[in-house]
Design a protein around this ligand. Structure first.
Ligand code: FEO
Length: 170
């Protein structure tokens, strides 16, 4: 059985994952309107789907542990970006924010001595390490490319092989 404190903290994370899905969906939709970056577009759509799965995993856990998951209203995400580089920079910043939120949540479970939830959250801890590392790698590559169109062509080609980890385990 979840304590009220843990239930509220998990529901807060439900909102963050749902908002993440919205933010990346907006990036995907924007990218779809830009010429020649079909794979980048698909990357953002996939990432949005992964975040929805992160949210669902939390919803199921809360309900199965005797709590009540709350499906939240969301903020309207940003619609347009200055550049692809800018979108990926915001993606990294967003993931760093999510990692901080997961870490706080883990702290709360330890304070409450809720080891079942602590154990459940280890999946998210590992997931955030993967997602932040991926976002950093992609940002580093975009930094190297600079304004070169040929570099962006290769970046779009290579991102086809990048997997956003973890969603299929949800
Ligand atoms: Fe589920 Fe990328 O945070």
């Amino acid at each position: 059985m979840l304590s009220k404190t843990i239930e509220a903290a998990l529901n807060e994370q439900v909102k963050i994952e749902a908002q993440s899905s919205q933010v990346y969906l907006a990036m995907a939709s924007w990218a779809e309107g830009q010429p020649g970056i079909d794979n980048i577009t698909q990357f953002f759509y996939r990432h949005s789907d992964e975040e929805r799965m992160h949210m669902l995993k939390l919803v199921h856990f809360i309900n199965e542990r005797g709590g009540t998951a709350v499906i939240p209203s969301l903020e309207k995400p940003k619609e347009a970006f200055d550049s692809i580089k800018q979108a990926f920079k915001e993606l990294l910043e967003h993931e760093i924010m999510v990692s901080e939120s997961i870490n706080k949540l883990v702290d709360i479970t330890l304070g409450e001595k809720d080891y079942a939830t602590y154990n459940f959250l280890q999946w998210y801890v590992a997931e955030q390490i993967e997602e932040e590392a991926l976002a950093r790698t992609l940002n580093d590559k975009l930094e190297l490319i600079g304004e070169e169109k040929s570099g962006l062509y290769l970046f779009d080609r290579d991102i086809l092989n990048v997997n956003v980890e973890g969603g299929d385990e949800a």
